[in-house]
Write a protein that binds this ligand. Sequence first.
Ligand SMILES: NC(=O)c1ccc[n+]([C@@H]2O[C@H](COP(=O)([O-])OP(=O)(O)OC[C@H]3O[C@@H](n4cnc5c(N)ncnc54)[C@H](O)[C@@H]3O)[C@@H](O)[C@H]2O)c1
Length: 375
Amino acid sequence: MTERSFRILLLGGDGVGPEVLNEAKALLETIGEPAGARFAFSEALIGGAAIDAHGVPMRDEDVEAALNADAVLLGAVGGPKWDHLGKTERPEAGLLGLRKALGLFANLRPVKVFDALANNSPLKAGVVRGSDLMVVRELTGGLYFGQPSARTTDESGRHAVDTLPYHESEVERIVDLAFRLAGSRRKKVTSVDKANVLNTSQLWREVAIEVSRKYPDITFDHALVDSCAMRLISRPRDFDVMVMENLFGDILSDEAAVLAGSLGMLPSASLNGRPPRRSGTTAALFGMYEPVHGSAPDIAGQSIANPIGAILSASMMLRFSFEMGEAADAIEAAVGQALEEGMRTVDIATSGEVPVSTSQMSSRIRTLAVAQLSA
Ligand SMILES: NC(=O)c1ccc[n+]([C@@H]2O[C@H](COP(=O)([O-])OP(=O)(O)OC[C@H]3O[C@@H](n4cnc5c(N)ncnc54)[C@H](O)[C@@H]3O)[C@@H](O)[C@H]2O)c1
């Protein structure tokens, strides 16, 4: 097998970030050879760790290193130690600046309910079992960035305004990406909007219909965001790929997270739609990959954090940035097997189950993933 090589920048960040990222790195080191790939890792600081060492939440040279990598794998940033800092000096500013520099416009949050954990969700097991969906959220437009955005006070009282702008090109690139992703999944796209009220949503729907004509083999429907929020927790199996604007995606992706039973289980990817610099094909996408959870300061340093969110983020990186779908499948199957065997970190252990440590969970997944690949 020809060995391909990839350069990965690791940004551990704060709290449990470095702990779970180390496990993702260990997995990649183990799986590289059997999967026919070599990974070269470099590391940099981000968030509170970078503030403590360099006085800024991320140095320009480290942003440059991210731009030169084939993919970026991140832990989490933030913690009470830095909460007193101003908005532009806080750990989160490093992450926001990096996302901007990398031009990441699409946030992907897959939520898969592993059979062994169907009882962990606060929803009924019969409702969530078998759910396997992906929320694709537009990340650079909409209400969070639209102008004017201001607060004023006059003699009549206080006013505030935020603006929700979208250009057709922004809608087209994210909806197109959603269709491409659906092609390698269950071939269904649901576009979420509020087209019965909002002009931006009417534009969104029009453009989504135009894009859908390029993909006749993908089933396509629209959902209004309000009723979609209900369906997401009453009939989650209805959905495969769901695509939506920034604010709707922010809300619905957190709602969807409840299905999986623990934040520690969930991976994410942010993509910019272009191939990594050294990729031989245009199908690969440059991305930054990170677990959905934060730095979990309440359990940091205890070696009990669930590494699965970070491990599945590494698996997404293999699938989307390096076109190593077989290795990604092996990792996902290994996670399912480890859970079937009864391995539980503290966040997913129910009463009577003895939790394993971060490294015990991770080590079992590595063994099972290698076995899967050589099977
Ligand atoms: N992308 C990011 O880096 C990111 C995202 C969210 C929050 N944060 C930051 O993280 C800090 C803590 O925020 P928070 O407490 O609201 O959210 P959090 O996700 O860090 O923790 C929420 C709860 O989930 C638990 N948890 C999280 N990850 C876990 C894991 N891998 N294994 C087991 N349990 C896990 C925590 O112990 C905690 O009880 C804050 O500074 C916040 O700003 C960062």
